[in-house]
Design a protein around this ligand. Sequence first.
Ligand code: CDP
Ligand code: CDP
Length: 202
Amino acid sequence: MGFTIAIDGPAAAGKGTLSKAIAAHFGFAHLDTGLLYRAVGAKTLLGVEPIEAALKLVASDMDDTDLRSPEVAQAASKVAVIPEVRAALVDFQRAFGARAGGAVLDGRDIGTVICPDAKVKLYVTASAEVRAERRYLELSAKGDASTREQVLADVKARDARDMERVEAPLKPADDAVLIDTSEMSIEDAIAKALAAIEAHTA
Ligand code: CDP
Ligand code: CDP
């Protein structure tokens, strides 16, 4: 069993940024599990039935640059409430988590459901307003026309769907270290995460 780090939290909390930095620091592989749900969501926008899309997902489906759009984010959170969709994606994520060389997985249910035995679990969060502003800046830099108000409403709708679903809802694992990045620079968040990981492995 490899060294697994689980990073969960709501949209635009900084999970991906932290995961990449942690993976680079330790030389571990990184899986953004949100991309799996985004890839399934993107297929449903093309008319494919969600469970079929999840069962037939292949690695190249995750290469689509449009997966980062707000439409796909909403579609992802809608397919993510379907138990059969989640079940179809479990084995791939667990196998990734068990890699011999170490793995960082980020998502919503990594510490609670996918890798409950992860060596270290982080729950990364920030206020909805701060997260929406970060996502708004990212989207507008890419030429997306969404307004601040739309991005905030999208983030809140997704938070509610992710936290209120019956199957694998978003919540901190009992043994997760909480990191609120609302008033933290990226550098400070990385330093805090690395310190938490080192404290667990000392
Ligand atoms: O993966 P997740 O959706 O949780 O968030 P992310 O993609 O890592 O971060 C969303 C945006 O917030 C990125 O543009 C980051 O550069 C930014 N960010 C930030 O400004 N301050 C932080 N402490 C963490 C992330
Ligand atoms: O980057 P951001 O945090 O905005 O979203 P994401 O991590 O790409 O996830 C997109 C959607 O997929 C989330 O809103 C969740 O509904 C779903 N998801 C999930 O249910 N479980 C995961 N492990 C990862 C994502």
